[in-house]
Design a protein around this ligand. Structure first.
Ligand code: FAD
Length: 334
């Protein structure tokens, strides 16, 4: 392979039921930045069925070019056909960089494409930049249990592939004046390309707020003492139109669901307000919440590392402060 044959930054646009997953938009923001630094084009790759009408929006979010691959059999994600379509496209068009969201689908798809096209993959990057005077990108991610941040390069192979979790990169502003090229590719999917039959799709009932989408998170740590104290955190969250999340310690203790865990092995969140109640601030927790707009930390230990990332730190008993906040908010509402 000749590295100089490879050019352009690609972003995989994940869709479910023809709705674009937000991580694709976030990666267009980062992709635009990298493409500009490299002096290359940004391409959004959209795969599915009846999704072409979403292509324009991707241009508004920064893409120069949108490749739309449509086929009835690509309607719902399946490993084998998606891997084939994308590996063939990569081999054919030779992008320099390929970014994919680290969702359940992206985590399944990205390593398979990387193996097919014989390149490397840096999973769960928390930052991506361009190396000076080369076309290499610098892919940074936590390593050794989060104790160090490793910056990884892929100098001998192309494309340079990376997955990034939802919420890590900032969503770009929409610019409806932007224009670009939409290229539709019709492909045929043969019987042997499909090894799974989807009999039905059962959707998880969602009556709760997803912590990645919440504007306000009241987050529980082991310092709240016991599961019963969560009721008060929920009440505070409700008064602030938010929801409850927590550290891995409270997930391990069975106080909250794994789905609501913030951090390296949980979710990355970026709410407007993050209230950390009795959370020590271990690096594995911090990497999941440090980009929050405003952080309030309540901890009875003035030396707790959580205070290093907090905008406001309160050295006190977390449960007492939560009760006082509830009282004040109720007074204000009456
Ligand atoms: P603790 O560390 O026990 O801290 C409790 C805090 O509460 C202390 O700071 C204490 O001073 C304070 N406190 C005690 N009583 C009170 C009180 N009455 N009022 C106020 N404060 C009080 N952790 C995550 O959160 N998310 C992850 O995704 C994650 N992934 C991990 C991945 C790996 C590979 C590893 C090795 C660890 C991971 N961890 C993760 C665990 C992480 O290292 C910490 O153990 C964990 O975050 C600690 O949770 P905590 O702060 O709730 O509990």
């Amino acid at each position: 392979m000749k590295i100089s044959d490879y050019s352009g930054v690609w972003v995989f646009i994940e869709q479910r039921d023809c709705n674009i997953h937000k991580v694709g938009i976030e990666l267009l923001g980062k992709g635009r930045e990298i493409a500009d630094k490299l002096g290359e084009k940004l391409t959004a790759v959209l795969v599915g069925y009846n999704v072409e009408n979403k292509a324009e929006e991707l241009i508004h979010y920064g893409a120069d070019h949108v490749i739309v691959v449509e086929n009835e059999k690509l309607d719902i994600y399946m490993t084998k056909p998606y891997t084939k379509v994308l590996s063939n496209l990569v081999n054919d068009r030779k992008p320099n960089v390929f970014l994919i969201g680290a969702t359940a689908i992206g985590r399944d798809l990205a390593p398979r494409i990387a193996a097919r096209v014989r390149t490397g993959l840096t999973a769960d990057c928390t930052s991506i930049d361009v190396e000076e005077n080369t076309t290499n990108i610098l892919m940074t991610r936590p390593a050794f249990g989060g104790n160090i941040m490793a910056t990884i390069i892929c100098p001998d192979h192309r494309p340079q592939m990376s997955t990034v979790r939802p919420g890590v990169m900032k969503k770009p502003e929409k610019d409806e004046t932007r224009s670009g090229i939409i290229e539709k590719i019709d492909i045929s999917i043969e019987k042997e390309d499909i090894d799974v039959e989807i009999l039905s799709v059962v959707k998880e009932e969602k009556n709760k707020i997803n912590i990645e989408d919440a504007n306000v998170l009241v987050s529980a740590g082991r310092g709240i003492g016991k599961k019963e104290n969560l009721h008060k955190l929920s009440e505070l969250a409700k008064l602030l139109s938010g929801t409850v999340s927590g550290s891995r310690a409270v997930v391990d203790a069975g106080w909250i669901e794994k789905n609501n865990q913030v951090g390296q092995t949980g979710k990355t969140v970026r709410p407007n307000l993050y209230i950390a109640c009795g959370i020590s601030g271990a690096i594995q927790h911090i990497v999941g919440m440090e980009e929050s707009e405003f952080i309030v930390a309540i901890n009875n230990n003035p030396d707790a590392p959580i205070f290093e990332v907090a905008d406001v730190g309160i050295v006190a008993d977390a449960n007492q402060v939560v009760l006082s906040l509830i009282d004040e908010l109720k007074k204000e509402k009456n």
